[in-house]
Write a protein that binds this ligand. Structure first.
Ligand SMILES: [Zn+2]
Length: 507
């Protein structure tokens, strides 16, 4: 027996290229497909969770795709007939934001001025360009599947300049002739072969069909909600999107502000990290069971929680505690808000609505133990506002600019509003102090802009109420009325590997 000497220096990329060449020369993938055709093998189907075709592939994509490829190869080697289709995610802001950057746009208005049809065309062309690049990268990675010819994808991107002219596309199952628009809309279909594209006509029709089906059941409604909003993208962001990758460590200037009490001496001391929301303050929340103190500090009488006293007022030498009381005793106290003179605030009856309310979620770990509530600018705020029947002035438009009716503040962008607000509060003698504050703050996962909470009118799909019983006990009629349970029901049909997959999905 003899062994070939093994070089101690292995050049891995060269080795990979050599293997790749061997696969190409022997047409290995095609032969694998041929081998499994016409034989009575068990079926194994894999549909790729698509990669967004907006940029070249990243290392993290390569990692996941390697595993996917591994599973398909393993099943084939175990004698299965493997249906394995790669996919490209083509829609939404991931692609749009990149095209906006390419064209030098700053907001949605630029898209409208450019023309929606032309913008959509640019998005499709970008998808074709980067799906070609990602295809090449995936082939280089060693993935085996039915790939589109990258050059054909590039030609199709060019042909899309005149979308209604006929052209021929050489798909993995032979040449197909049609208008460029039709060909793009049918990528991934059996006659064209190759990867599936979420911009396909079939997928778009399925989405519309699903919406129609929800509409028929009365599940689609126009409602108001306080939602995280990106002023740059001019769109709402779901809570889910924030939880997954939407926080950054940011430093803002927070502010301690006085709310002057109307029916007694002194002021509530409140603290906020979002000064713009003060323009729309309606209430001040205290915890019913916390201990609050009345203190004299220099010339002011202030109310704040006992536990927050030391951190809120650093100059403790000049603090004189005049008394203690529970939050519950402050319930209903009236006060004047810091921006009661603004026209819209007056018009909406906010000055008369100001009062101290009780809320179990108030803490004293940071701030003053008194939480300023602006129902038009925060999620819990809106919930409390509804509970107490409070007005909800909403100061920002789609682009984060303060709307008409806010006097000198109207037209100011939310990102530029902190300093002028501090200045105004100082003039009114309501600003106690500012403080640099570093916290985890939500940002737009698409463009990195800081999010704001807006009170908006949006379209929603009603999931139905949360029924607190196991799926087996939900009756047919309850299920029919409840989208949540229909989804659970169909998910129940799936064989989950591992078994706890469904529970994880629902939690
Ligand atoms: Zn954004």
């Amino acid at each position: 027996m003899s062994y070939k000497p093994l070089d101690s220096k292995v050049e891995i990329p060269a080795l990979e290229r050599e293997v790749q060449r061997f696969w190409e020369e022997t047409d290995a993938y095609r032969r694998r497909v041929e081998i499994q055709e016409g034989e009575d093998r068990p079926h194994w189907s894999f549909i790729d969770g698509p990669i967004t075709a907006n940029n070249p592939m990243g290392v993290h994509h390569a990692w996941g795709r390697t595993y996917k490829d591994l599973f398909a190869r393993y099943r084939f080697m175990r004698g299965y007939e493997v249906r394995n289709q790669n996919g490209f995610d083509c829609q939404g802001l991931w692609v749009e934001v990149e095209v906006e950057k390419e064209l030098g746009f700053e907001s949605k208005l630029d898209i409208e001025a450019y023309g929606l049809a032309d913008f959509v065309k640019k998005c499709k062309q970008r998808v074709l360009k980067y799906s070609a690049i990602q295809t090449e990268q995936s082939i280089r990675l060693g993935m085996w599947t039915d790939w589109n010819d990258p050059e054909e994808l590039r030609k199709l991107a060019e042909a899309l300049e005149t979308p209604l002219e006929e052209t021929t596309y050489v798909g993995s199952r032979g040449p197909v002739t049609g208008t460029a628009e039709w060909l793009v809309g049918n990528l991934g279909m059996p006659e064209l072969g190759g990867s599936y594209y979420t911009l396909s006509d079939e997928n778009n029709y399925m989405i519309w069909a699903a919406l129609k089906s929800c509409h028929k059941r009365g599940w689609i409604y126009n409602g108001a909600d306080a939602m995280p909003w990106c002023p740059r993208c001019s769109t709402g962001i779901s809570q889910h999107e924030i939880v997954t990758e939407g926080y950054r460590e940011l430093t803002h200037t927070s502010v301690y502000v006085l709310f002057r009490l109307r029916d007694r001496e002194g002021s509530l001391l409140i603290w906020t990290t979002t000064p713009w929301t003060l323009t729309s303050n309606v209430a001040a929340a205290v915890h019913p069971d916390l201990t609050y103190v009345k203190v004299k500090y220099r010339d002011e009488v202030l109310y704040l929680s006992k536990g927050a006293l030391k951190s809120a007022i650093q100059d403790q030498k000049n603090v004189e505690v005049l008394g203690e009381l529970s939050g519950a005793e402050m319930d209903g106290w009236r006060y004047s808000g810091p921006f009661d003179e603004l026209p819209l605030i007056e018009e909406m009856g906010v000055p008369e609505a100001h009062r101290v309310i009780l809320w179990d979620e108030v803490g004293e770990e940071e701030g003053t133990g008194i939480v300023h509530i602006a129902p038009g600018a925060g999620k819990e705020d809106l919930m409390l506002g509804k509970q107490y029947g409070l007005p909800a002035p909403a100061p920002l438009d789609d682009f984060g600019v303060i709307i008409d009716g806010f006097g000198w503040l109207s037209g100011v962008h939310v990102y530029d509003s902190a300093e002028p607000i501090f200045e105004d509060l100082r003039k009114k003698d309501l600003l106690y102090r500012t403080q640099r504050y570093t916290h985890r703050y939500p940002v737009c996962w698409r463009c990195g802009s800081e999010l704001v909470f807006r009170h908006v009118s949006e379209w929603f799909i009603d999931m139905g109420e949360k029924l607190d019983k196991p799926l087996e006990e939900v009756t047919g009629e309850e299920k029919e009325r409840n989208l949540r349970y229909q989804i659970m029901d169909s998910a129940n049909e799936v064989e989950w590997i591992p078994e706890f997959g469904l529970k994880r999905e629902l939690d």
